[in-house]
Design a protein around this ligand. Structure first.
Ligand code: IPM
Ligand code: MG
Length: 368
């Protein structure tokens, strides 16, 4: 930089929470690749601060997030999250202790799950090629079936009763629908499918449909159709090319996004973003795959979901071009067959990571 010239480069501070299972392995790979990208492009700076909040931390301290932890996170531009869940901690404790304990207070109400057949990967569907399956699932992320409303009485007795109440508020459904329709509008097909189950769930999901219809009226340029969630599974399998943006409740989208990832070839590549579209709080980015204890510590976890997640994070931070360049480099590496076991390859996490760094150097090096 010449003397006196002000450096206008953006600088991003990221909180990294690798947590459990393969989380630390894939997050470390993601950070390596992001730093390589930032160094090579020279157009932005990115720094990471690590938090050891995890199931091990919980076992030592009796909580996942220390006092004041959320206030600390608020100072960051984004959160890069690995996975939470351990064999010796009940899943509902770990989920509510860490992931939901961040998503819900930060009102990261839009969970975004893009899915596509990556170059170099194969869909298990016959005749489904790159381009035929290119979806983005928008999952309601603040309430619905994950609202945590309910209770248990007479525990363990034959007359025990438990309730798990889904909550749908007009406020939350409306903000989510607006976000989903905006997303559909930003994509070339301008097409959204609203997933519902209002035939059986005759209160909350009837309101869900009504709000969707009201929001749809504000987006005349977006083609909108509606599917019952059960019928949606068959459409995803039989007519993948007929879908583009999909909006669904917390639980419906949880289930459909696993199906989507499997149809695209592997859950090892699927990313997710927990967004607070108001930008009042930092948003959180994570690979979908979870802790995967069966392969933890073996060095064979697929880092591609974290690379794609990192790309989504960059796009959210405003680095759209860098985000696209990163994803292109990752796809090129997959296309060369440098992939982990879950994608039919033999490469290790480190080999895939190094290959992506080399691709970044080859394609983007010398541009500074
Ligand atoms: C997901 C996961 C989580 C969820 C699990 C780990 C509780 O399946 O992000 O899709 O259901 O939300
Ligand atoms: Mg899931």
């Amino acid at each position: 930089m010449s003397p006196g010239k002000v450096d206008s480069r953006s600088s991003y501070k990221i909180a990294s929470i690798p947590a459990d299972g393969i989380g630390p392995e894939v997050i470390s790979a993601g950070i390596t690749v992001l730093q390589k990208l930032a160094d090579t492009l020279g157009t932005f700076d990115i720094t990471f601060e690590h938090f050891d909040w995890s199931s091990d931390y919980y076992k030592k301290h009796g909580r996942y997030i220390p006092e004041g932890g959320l206030e600390t996170l608020k100072k960051f531009d984004a959160i890069l999250f690995g996975a939470v869940g351990a064999p010796d901690v009940p899943d509902h404790i770990s989920l509510w202790g860490l992931r939901l304990a961040i998503c819900q207070p930060f009102q990261q109400y839009a969970n975004v799950r893009p899915t596509k057949v990556f170059k170099g990967t194969e869909s298990p569907l016959r005749k489904c090629n790159v381009g035929d399956l290119d979806w983005v699932i928008i999952r309601e992320n603040s309430e619905g079936e994950y609202a945590g409303q309910g209770g248990r009485s007479h525990v363990g007795k034959p007359w025990e009763v438990s309730t798990e109440v889904s909550i749908f508020t007009r406020h939350a459904v409306e903000r989510l629908m607006n976000f989903a329709f905006e997303t559909a509008r930003s994509r070339p097909k301008k097409h959204i499918t609203v997933v519902t189950k209002s035939n059986a769930q005759r209160n909350g999901l009837v309101m869900w449909d009504e709000v969707a219809a009201q929001v749809a009226a504000k987006f005349p340029d977006v083609h909108c159709d509606k599917m019952l969630v059960d019928a949606m599974t068959t459409r995803m399998v039989l007519k993948p090319e007929s879908l583009d943006t999909i909006v669904a409740t917390n639980l419906h989208a949880d289930i459909l996004s696993d199906l989507a990832a499997a149809l695209a070839g592997s859950i090892g590549i699927a990313p997710t973003s927990n967004l607070d579209p108001t930008r009042e709080n930092p948003s959180m980015f994570e690979p979908i795959h979870g802790s995967a204890f069966d392969i933890t510590g073996k060095g064979i976890a697929n880092p591609v979901a974290t690379f794609w997640t990192a790309s989504e994070m960059l796009a959210w931070l405003g680095e759209k071009e860098a985000a696209r360049q990163l994803l292109d480099c990752v796809e090129s590496v997959c296309e060369k067959g440098i992939v982990t076991q879950d994608l039919g390859g033999k490469s290790t996490t480190l080999e895939v990571t190094n290959a992506v760094c080399e691709e970044i150097e080859k394609v983007l090096g010398g541009r500074k």
